[in-house]
Structure formats: structure tokens, C-alpha cells
Write a protein that binds this ligand. Structure first.
Ligand code: ADP
Ligand code: MG
Length: 347
């Protein structure tokens, strides 16, 4: 495990000045959206969405709270910071077109390390066809803070909120869940080993998928494209950033309904199951209360089931009921237990 070596640098931020830093970080970004009329370099960006509605979402990540640079390479951090923001736009059934990135950095960081962060940001921008149109750069007394604002668009009829789920709707989840949290458990364990014995080289080959889910997650733009292509508009949707239990509770509370979710239907990766064996954890608990999967949780009218079936990456895990039924997990032994929110809480 590599420790971060942000300190041994040639180019100190204080010697460069803010303008030079911003210029170095943003000079290689190329705008690809028609809606980006004016990007980085002026007092404000100019965006033109014609007749679409505008979606805006913002998120802040603080070193020591949301990430640990001991096991999170800066490039991955940049990528993940963008992905988590795009995920919020996709979960409204919108397309993200622009982001702004604001950073506060301590003198521990040099230009090279920020360039690494921006390489990750650029890679994500390119992959998801998003333009970086602005931001802010300032110093912090300790550590690194990244705040990203994502801007996107959607036709008003296509926007999907948390409050539209109806009784008898099917509950669907994309991909598999829980693996990102398990990846974090593996990294934290190896980091503890490293602290005791820095010469120890961990063998992480059994956890490739889990680590990928934690270090380089993807946002499900492909699912939004699938909805568009197959003319499906979910009745409600949310992205799974805090674990299935807290997300389903948001949908149920906002829509004033209840649900039954079937434990045996929850999609889990094989690596998650074997790592749970090893760590003596229950995979269902991890899926319910883990976090950072950035999968989509949504509800559809039953008439759309045939369309949803066309995707191998979507799993029906339950259905919506009257609110009097409550919010339940139907276990493998067919017991009905109320789901309580144990989602990932930052405080
Ligand atoms: P102002 O003093 O008007 O806030 P700045 O010098 O902070 O202007 O920013 C100049 C330009 O660079 C603006 O377009 C701003 O959005 C952009 N910018 C500043 N910091 C960043 C950053 N970290 N990443 C991307 N763009 C940035
Ligand atoms: Mg500024």
C-alpha cells in the first residue's frame, strides 16, 4: 500500500499564484456540449438549455470524513467526486452536461498532486461527456476539500422525483449493491496492516471487483439512456449512495407508501458474498446499510415490466404497498421484518 507523498514536490502552490494554478489545472479540458456557451475563464459560465428544464446538484467531500488519501489515490478521488455528483443528476432521469469544481487545499499539496486530481476529473468528464465550466480555488489550513456542482437537463415530463411511487409499482435496482462498502472494509484492513508493518505487500487479487467498486465507481448514465431508448419513465427514483435501506425509506416516505423487498432478490456480487464469509458479515446487512454503490433504485408501473426485462442489469426486488403495510424486508425464511434506516450517516 502506497502512502501519499504529496509533500515532496517541485512546484509549490504558493509560488505559482492562483491564476497559474487554475490555468494549469483547466487548460486541457475541451468542451463537448452545445449547451456550454462559455466555460472557464470569465466571471461566470454561460449555459443555454433551450426548452429543457435545468437540474442542479452539489456535493462536498472533506478529507478525513469522506476519503482517506492513505488508500485513495488522488486520480481516483477526482473521478469518484465527479461520478457521485453525476449520479444525482441521473437519478432525476436527467443528463449531466456541466460541472464546476471548487477545491480548498493546504500547503501539504503541490501542483503535481492537484494535477493528478484533475486528471481523474478530466477522465470522468470525457467518459460522461460533461464540460468543466468553472470553480473556485482557495487554501485550507488542513487537508483537502472538494465541492462539485453538477448541472444537467431534462424535459419536464421526463423528470423523476422521489415522491411518485404508487401502490403495486415494482421496485427495481440496477447492477449489484454492497460491494463498494466491502471494498472499503478491505482497504481499511490493509491500511491497518500497513501501519504496523510497512514492508508488508498486501495481496488484493481476491478483491479486484470490490476495490473497483470503492475506488472507481461509475454512475448509471447507461440506465438513463436505456429508459430513453425503451420509453420507460420510472415513477420514482433515487441513487444508492447511502445503502438500500435508507434510499428505499426516502422513496416510501416521500411517496407516502410502503413496500415489501425480498431478501433473496437483492443483487449481490460473488466477491461480496465470499468477502462477507471471510469478514463474518451478513451480505444483506451490507447491501442494506453500506453505501457508495451509485446504482439506481427506482419504481415502475407493472405495465413497464416487459421493457425492463430487456436489460440484464436490472433486478426487480419487490413491490410498493399501502403505507399501512410499512417498509419491510421479506427474509429468505419468509419472515417480514421492518427495515430501519441504518444508512451511511456522515454525522
Ligand atoms: P473570481 O475571482 O471571479 O472568483 P477566479 O480567479 O476564482 O475568479 O476564477 C477564474 C476562472 O477560473 C473562473 O471561470 C472560475 O470559474 C474558474 N476556476 C477557478 N478555480 C477553478 C477550479 N479549481 N477548477 C475549475 N475552474 C476553476
Ligand atoms: Mg474565485
Amino acid at each position: 500500500m502506497k502512502k501519499d507523498s504529496k509533500t515532496k514536490s517541485s512546484k509549490k502552490l504558493t509560488d505559482l499564484g492562483e491564476f497559474e494554478v487554475i490555468n494549469q489545472l483547466t487548460k486541457d479540458f475541451i468542451n463537448s456540449n452545445e449547451s456550454t456557451v462559455l466555460g472557464v475563464g470569465d466571471d461566470a459560465a454561460v449555459i443555454d438549455f433551450n426548452d429543457n428544464q435545468i437540474l442542479v446538484s452539489t456535493d462536498m467531500m472533506v478529507e478525513g470524513v469522506h476519503f482517506d488519501l492513505a488508500y485513495m489515490p488522488l486520480k481516483h478521488l477526482g473521478y469518484k467526486a465527479v461520478v457521485s455528483n453525476l449520479s444525482d443528476i441521473y437519478s432525476m432521469n436527467g443528463i449531466c452536461t456541466q460541472i464546476t469544481v471548487s477545491i480548498a487545499v493546504s500547503n501539504r499539496f503541490n501542483l503535481e498532486s492537484l494535477e493528478e486530481l484533475y486528471l481523474g476529473i478530466k477522465t470522468a468528464c470525457k467518459f460522461y461527456k460533461v464540460d468543466l465550466v468553472g470553480g473556485d480555488t482557495t487554501s485550507s489550513t488542513k487537508g483537502l476539500i472538494i465541492s462539485i456542482t453538477a448541472i444537467g437537463k431534462a424535459k419536464s415530463k421526463a423528470i423523476v422525483k422521489r415522491n411518485g411511487a404508487k401502490i403495486n409499482d415494482l421496485i427495481v435496482v440496477s447492477g449489484d449493491i454492497g460491494s463498494a462498502y466491502m471494498g472499503l472494509q478491505v482497504l481499511e484492513r490493509e491500511n491497518e496492516v500497513f501501519k504496523v508493518n510497512p514492508a508488508n505487500q498486501p495481496d488484493l487479487s481476491d478483491y479486484t471487483y470490490l476495490l473497483k467498486r470503492q475506488l472507481k465507481p461509475e454512475a448509471r448514465k447507461d440506465i438513463i439512456d436505456f429508459f430513453d431508448k425503451n420509453k420507460v419513465i420510472p415513477t420514482s427514483m433515487i441513487d444508492i449512495s447511502d445503502g438500500l435501506s435508507s434510499e428505499i425509506m426516502h422513496i416510501c416516505k416521500n411517496s407516502d407508501i410502503g413496500c415489501d423487498i425480498y431478501e433473496e432478490k437483492i443483487p449481490l456480487s460473488e466477491e461480496l458474498k465470499s468477502a462477507c464469509d471471510e469478514f463474518k458479515l451478513h451480505p444483506t446487512t451490507i447491501a442494506l446499510s453500506g453505501g457508495e454503490d451509485y446504482e439506481l433504485l427506482f419504481t415502475i408501473n407493472q405495465k413497464d415490466y416487459e421493457k425492463i426485462k430487456k436489460s440484464n442489469d436490472l433486478t426487480v426486488i419487490g413491490y410498493i404497498t399501502d403505507s399501512k403495510n410499512g417498509i419491510n424486508l421479506v427474509t429468505k425464511s419468509e419472515e417480514k421484518v421492518p427495515i430501519i434506516s441504518q444508512g451511511w450517516k456522515s454525522f
